[in-house]
Design a protein around this ligand. Structure first.
Ligand code: SF4
Length: 443
């Protein structure tokens, strides 16, 4: 295709398709004078191929990346390989997502040209309008020709209803984001930092519009992305079951008799204190899932307090018993190796895991990772002793998960080392108001 001003090459990896789909959803409705095209780089080689083709067409090229903190180091190597295969003065690699938002200077030092700090939709639309000339686009961090770090200020944060949650034009669908941001402040979690400490909900009419489009395309399963499923429609820590029922009833009707609605199961979860008979009956009435995911995180009240989880161990027990009594399979998320956790805390978590497994719950265990942007960024990496791993593996009923534990432990160690290497976010020359770290949204 000739005569293009700009080609957007997405480094399109399975793990991050959702983040790209919402960007495409925003892009497909955007009116701009820039002549642009979007291409999907499914592998490093095809990404390089797209770059080469776009350069031959005389277009400016933005390669868009999105990744989570544990993947940052591996992708930096991939970036270097792609640069060896295809590069030029008109090519810029732009990193977005939670890691780039939390650690923009680390991201630049790892090889990306630009870090997008904040919610991706508005940043991308402005980048397209500017035909890829990013110097004045809010929400970016880059180095100028003297090597000084430049921050272009805070991007606009808009209601979820302003943008589509998936892409019709590029035919890319995913679980629909119904809530962004979180009023809780769990110290290990990047969500409140990334998307603000408030809930922004997609309106029911807007959700229904998406469900109707899915049905037209022959899609059957409606799933949701939300930090805490039963917070839908609420601005506080209390669930709003009337709003949840209205949402589920509308989706159920919209997707039709052959469709299925999933709520409180993958890829979202329910906070334990929100589990009630009334809530579970709503799920049973409108939804197809026979299991729910409950975030427990620890069996020690001391660790839960330190993590500022906002619930105790008793709420977890209660939630699992209620769920089982209502006929649901229960998946319980737990994190081992959190800061300050001692032997007694580990034993308490193992006791809880055993007790819940006996009730029929399945335990999904993780190793604590000190994630950028969180209050525990500078905490030591999580470590879990082999006996604990063996015991949790047994309870998880999924066979040996040593690889999984080892991988998370390696990620945790690498993140802790990076946090030490970058003790404070880089101070820099600012051309527009600086993004306050606690108020930086993003994707
Ligand atoms: S762990 Fe869940 S409830 Fe806690 S801050 Fe993160 S998204 Fe919110």
């Amino acid at each position: 295709m000739g005569g293009l001003d700009l080609v957007l090459v997405l480094r399109y990896r399975k793990a991050v398709t959702y983040g790209f789909h919402v960007l495409l959803g925003a892009l497909e409705e955007h009116k701009t004078t820039t002549r642009f095209d979007v291409r999907f780089g499914d592998t490093p080689e095809s990404t390089a191929q797209h770059i080469e083709t776009a350069l031959a067409e005389g277009a400016r090229v933005l390669v868009l990346w999105s990744f989570y903190s544990p993947d940052a180091a591996g992708l930096a190597q991939e970036l270097a390989e792609i640069r060896k295969l295809a590069d030029g003065p008109g090519v810029r690699h732009v990193a977005g997502g939670v890691h780039a938002t939390a650690e923009p200077v680390q991201t630049l030092d790892a090889g990306w040209d630009v870090a997008a700090v904040g919610e991706g939709e508005t940043i991308l639309l402005r980048l397209v309008d500017a035909a890829g000339a990013y110097a004045q686009v809010p929400g970016l961090v880059y180095r100028d020709e003297t090597g000084a770090v430049v921050r272009t200020g805070r991007p606009q944060r808009r209601p979820l209803d302003d943008f589509r949650g998936f892409s019709l034009r590029w035919d890319r669908f995913n679980a629909l984001e119904i809530t962004r941001g979180c009023v809780y402040a769990c110290r290990f979690c990047q969500t409140p930092f990334m998307f603000s400490a408030k809930f922004r909900h997609r309106g029911i009419a807007n959700v229904r519009w998406h469900v109707d489009r899915m049905r037209e395309r022959g899609l059957r399963d409606v799933r949701f992305i939300t930090p805490t499923a039963l917070s839908y429609g609420s601005q506080t820590e209390e669930p709003n079951l009337a709003a949840v029922e209205e949402l589920l009833a509308s989706c159920r009707e919209g997707i039709g008799p052959d469709g299925r609605v999933f709520f409180g199961s993958f890829p979202s979860e329910i906070r334990p204190e929100h589990v009630s008979r009334a809530a579970l009956r709503l799920v049973r009435r409108y939804c197809a899932n026979t299991n729910i995911i409950v975030g427990a995180q620890s069996g020690s009240d001391g660790v839960l307090d330190a993590a500022k989880r906002g619930h105790g161990v008793e709420e977890v027990r209660r939630a699992v018993r209620l769920g089982v009594a209502e006929g649901f399979g229960i998946n319980v998320d737990m994190i081992f190796g959190m800061p300050g956790e001692d032997r007694r805390d580990v034993d308490a978590s193992l006791r809880l895991a055993r007790e819940l497994a006996e009730l029929g719950a399945r335990i999904h265990a993780h190793t604590f990772m000190p994630l950028p942007g969180t209050p525990w960024r500078d905490a030591p990496p999580g470590d879990v002793d082999p006996a604990t791993i063996r015991e949790v593996d047994r309870l998880s009923q999924r066979g040996a998960l040593y690889g999984h534990w080892q991988k998370q432990r390696d990620h945790a160690a690498r993140l802790a080392a990076a946090a030490q290497a970058y003790p404070r976010p880089g101070r820099s020359r600012t051309i527009l108001p600086t993004v306050p770290v606690t108020d930086a949204g993003g994707r």
